[in-house]
Design a protein around this ligand. Structure first.
Ligand code: HEC
Ligand SMILES: [Cu+2]
Length: 316
């Protein structure tokens, strides 16, 4: 039975060993205390009515012992933890740097070659990676259980994570700092791929993305993008109001904006809303909503936007 999540970075075994150490110390102490408790209750029970408790005030030897042993254990745990904490906060020379931006309620990643991804982080296998992270709004926290790394992401200041992935595959990224109503949707994936695949992915352009959808109908692609690009965090498809308006029956609807103007929600309106959600002159904020939608300029290709529009048309 696996007690812990997959272990997929160089830190994972180290963090696990500390966790096991602390767990074993706790279990052993718990059993010891429990056993002594029961033993003393039985041994020193009141045997008769004139049984007197002797007036023992203290025992210097025992008191020293039960102070010194736990102190040594705590110091050991601290040193053990500190050594690894130090390693994980110190950058490795030549690490591959990726910029991470957290925003309610999504993650975006910018790579050294100018590539950008949204809610999908790509890292090469067995290469040290350094994440340089910041938040555009509130406190978030970047957590990859499989790598055993977690770090708060805050505004106006960079925070960092260093790790070396050791296993190919797709792992979960969570936000672990409560950051508002769609906090639990602030999920992303990290893809650990081999060197060869990574180079291919890095040099690939958006054509790659289109190939990934080969043979799929545009509305189905749009449906996938709806979750993978994080629209799901703010837009429902069942008519329920979220942070943003629902997409149900959106296509063809007349929209009223906070500046009092109106427009029919057609292809161009939807595309403009995705690229310039809030900034005038193109951007118009739908009446009754806050101007919080992030711009997807540079994060969605034209054909992806078309696919999303096709998908929105199907939501009736
Ligand atoms: C952080 C929450 C958030 C996310 C994530 C988000 N949106 Fe929005 N969106 C909003 C809000 C709020 C509005 C309404 C205010 C406005 O018009 O800017 C809106 C408006 C829209 C509109 C106009 C809708 C209408 O009913 O008139 C479209 C189209 C749209 N978003 C598409 C998308 C797509 C596509 C994605 C994902 C790629 C996305 N949004 C992700 C919050 C979000
Ligand atoms: Cu968050």
């Amino acid at each position: 039975m696996d007690w812990l999540p997959t272990s997929a970075s160089t830190f994972a075994p180290q963090v696990d060993s500390i966790l096991w150490l602390v767990t074993i110390i706790s279990v052993v102490s718990c059993i010891l205390v429990g056993f002594l408790l029961i033993y003393f209750v039985v041994k020193y029970r009141k045997r008769s009515d004139n049984d007197q408790t002797p007036a023992i005030t203290h025992d210097s030897f025992l008191e020293t012992l039960w102070t010194v042993i736990p102190t040594i254990l705590c110091i050991l745990i601290f040193i053990y933890g500190y050594v690894y904490y130090d390693k994980y906060t110190t950058p490795t020379k030549g690490a591959y740097e990726i910029n991470v931006t957290a925003q309610r309620w999504s993650w975006s990643f910018a790579y050294p070659n100018g590539k950008k991804t949204f809610n999908e982080l790509y890292v090469p296998l067995n290469k040290p990676v350094r994440l340089v992270m910041q938040s555009k709004d509130v406190l978030h926290s970047f957590f990859v259980p499989a790598f055993r790394v977690k770090q708060d992401v805050i505004g106006n200041r960079y925070t960092f994570i260093n790790f070396t992935p050791t296993k190919e595959g797709v792992f979960d990224i969570y936000c672990t700092e409560y950051c508002g109503i769609s906090h639990s949707d602030m999920l992303a994936k990290v893809h650990v791929v081999s060197d060869v695949e990574y180079a291919k992915w890095e040099s690939g352009d958006s054509a790659d993305v289109e190939n990934a959808y080969a043979g799929m109908a545009p509305d189905k692609i749009g449906e996938q993008l709806y979750s993978s690009k994080g629209c799901v965090a703010c837009h429902s498809i069942d008519g329920a109001n979220g942070v943003g308006p629902s997409w149900k029956n959106l296509f063809g609807l007349e929209r009223e904006f906070i500046d009092g103007t109106k427009e029919i929600a057609d292809e161009n309106y939807i595309k403009t809303s995705i690229l310039y959600p809030v900034n005038p002159p193109q951007g118009k904020v739908v009446k009754g909503y806050a101007p919080v939608m992030p711009s997807y300029q540079g994060l969605l290709t034209d054909s992806e936007i078309t696919a999303i529009i096709e998908y929105i048309k199907t939501i009736k």
